[in-house]
Design a protein. Structure first.
Length: 91
């Protein structure tokens, strides 16, 4: 469970990093654009691809967070056993 939990934490962090990078790229392109932004084909294509990538990443992050919660619940099921074991060992 611990290995899976660590992999999910890394996956969530990567997903959030990707979303942040996409947001920064869009803001930079909007700031650098001149004139009508609807005439900028590169900006429109970037916005479209960013929207698709962001949606996929957000879905993956939500799924990873749900799995992480399930792992935490499974780990908590062993807490009483650990408590009893420590009581037996130290007493």
């Amino acid at each position: 469970l611990e290995v899976r939990k660590e992999a999910l934490v890394v996956q969530i962090a990567d997903g959030r990093k990707t979303i942040k990078e996409l947001e920064d790229k869009i803001l930079r392109m909007l700031a650098e654009s001149s004139g009508n932004i609807l005439d900028d084909e590169d900006l429109i294509n970037t916005l479209d691809s960013s929207k698709k990538t962001s949606a996929k990443t957000e879905t993956a992050v939500k799924g990873a967070e749900e799995t992480s919660k399930e792992i935490d619940l499974a780990r908590e099921a062993y807490r009483p056993v650990a408590t009893r074991g420590s009581v037996l060992y130290f007493v």
